[in-house]
Design a protein around this ligand. Structure first.
Ligand SMILES: Cc1cc2nc3c(=O)[nH]c(=O)nc-3n(C[C@H](O)[C@H](O)[C@H](O)COP(=O)(O)O)c2cc1C
Ligand SMILES: CC(C)CC(=O)C(=O)O
Length: 387
């Protein structure tokens, strides 16, 4: 197990990085800057953008900086095993690819490239309902790789049931239900450019390939795109459903279910009361409520509230190996990574995503070892100090 991921460091040095594999950097900030040059300005603004003033997106990063690792010496951490099981899925490391919609605006290979890169490393993709590739096509690209499905919850029960059964059929094992985006937030950069990918039919592969959704339309999407898009958007927006409605999902999904976008311990308790298997503590990477609390700042209290009843996953702001260690030490069972691999996709399709993931895993592996930790279970709040 020694160097299972850290070996990528040697590979990079040996090939004289500067280098042969895209995207030519291992640093999250430079990666984003280089992606900005490659992507169209609208697509870049959409991916990088945040709600409002960007206060929550910045707060997500600042929260990591308030915690520091305290490395231990002579612990014999040369042999390391980062493996873990998350919502029933055995993983080589507790890292997942966060659900990210409309990947066709970033690279022509879109979700297929991402699925292949993740499968090569044994990390799960969480396929977005707003995917630009169908559930079945991504499953094929993912092959034997682990895959989960993220639901934007249609208020038409038959459409919802149809999408869920397709995902189960296609081998997606866990369901992530996103609750924080029942309507899009105020996003100034997209508003200023008037850019909303969905209105151009991007990110519609899941509903448009669904026979039950299609039966709800007067005209097929191929004949009347705007009406089909608006019909779908009207199905997934609104908060007409309450906590009781989770019973429907429990009935229609026989695998684990996690609720994404949880930021308050009482909501986490309600998730547990509703028989959910997990929550994802997340503020959607600062893309929804501007001024919302940093995701990492609420993680400890949510773990304290429900950590013994369900699995607490985490996202928003993870950029480095040390960030992963900090979130796991504060009680996260696993972390989801968002924007960085999307920038990798922009750079080099499958190779770019793989490079970003391998870089993060190598950094995580080395940070664990150099801090004196051999296993994920050794990460507790005791390995951190407040800065
Ligand atoms: C371009 C983009 C599209 C996203 N699409 C979805 C989506 O379809 N479903 C979802 O639950 N979250 C979506 N998210 C949110 C991510 O799953 C995740 O919560 C967030 O990106 C994590 O923050 P990070 O980017 O700082 O790592 C999206 C994020 C971005 C940047
Ligand atoms: C609204 C979604 C379809 C995409 C999303 O989650 C996002 O842009 O943050």
């Amino acid at each position: 197990m020694a160097g299972q991921f850290a070996g990528y460091q040697n590979e990079i040095y040996l090939q004289g990085y500067g280098g042969t594999a895209p995207p030519f950097t291992t640093d999250a900030t430079r990666l984003e800057a280089a992606a900005a040059e490659l992507m169209g300005p609208e697509a870049y603004s959409y991916v990088a953008g945040a709600a409002g003033s960007g206060a929550t997106a910045s707060a997500n990063r600042a929260a990591f900086d308030r915690w520091r690792l305290v490395p231990r010496m002579l612990t014999d951490a040369t042999e390391r095993d980062l493996s873990s099981t998350v919502l029933g899925t055995p993983l080589p490391a507790p890292v997942l690819l966060a659900p990210v919609g409309v990947q066709s605006i970033v690279h022509a290979d879109a979700e297929r490239a991402t699925a292949r890169a993740a499968a090569a490393l044994g990390l799960p993709v969480v396929l977005s309902t707003a995917s630009s590739t169908s559930i079945e096509d991504v499953a094929e690209a993912s092959g034997d790789g682990p895959r989960w499905f993220q639901l934007y919850w249609p208020n038409d029960p038959d459409v919802c049931g149809s999408i869920l059964s397709r995902a189960r059929e296609a081998g997606y094992t866990a369901l992530v239900v996103t609750l924080d985006t029942w309507t899009l937030a105020w996003r100034p950069s997209d508003l200023d450019s008037g850019y909303l990918p969905f209105l151009q039919g991007e990110g519609m592969a899941v509903p448009f390939s669904d026979p039950v959704f299609r039966s709800r339309l007067d005209k097929a999407p191929e004949d009347d795109l705007p009406s089909a898009v608006l019909r779908w958007i009207s199905m997934i927006t609104g908060t007409d459903r309450g906590w009781d409605a989770l019973a429907f999902l429990r009935e229609h999904w026989d695998g684990p279910i996690a609720l994404k976008g949880i930021q308050h311990p009482d909501d986490a308790r309600r998730a547990a009361d509703a028989g959910m298997d997990g929550v994802v503590v997340s503020n959607h990477g600062g893309r929804q409520v501007d001024g919302a609390v940093a995701s990492l700042d609420v993680l400890p209290e949510i773990v304290a509230a429900v950590g013994d009843r369900l699995e607490v996953l985490f996202d928003s702001g993870v950029r480095t190996g040390a960030d992963v260690v900090k979130a796991l030490a504060l009680g996260a069972r696993a972390v989801l990574l968002g924007r960085p691999w999307v920038y990798g996709l922009a750079h080099g399709g499958e190779d770019g995503v793989r490079h970003v993931l391998r870089s993060l895993l190598a950094d995580l592996d080395l940070t664990m070892g150099l801090s004196g930790h051999r296993r994920i279970t050794e990460l507790t709040p005791a390995v951190l100090r407040r800065a």
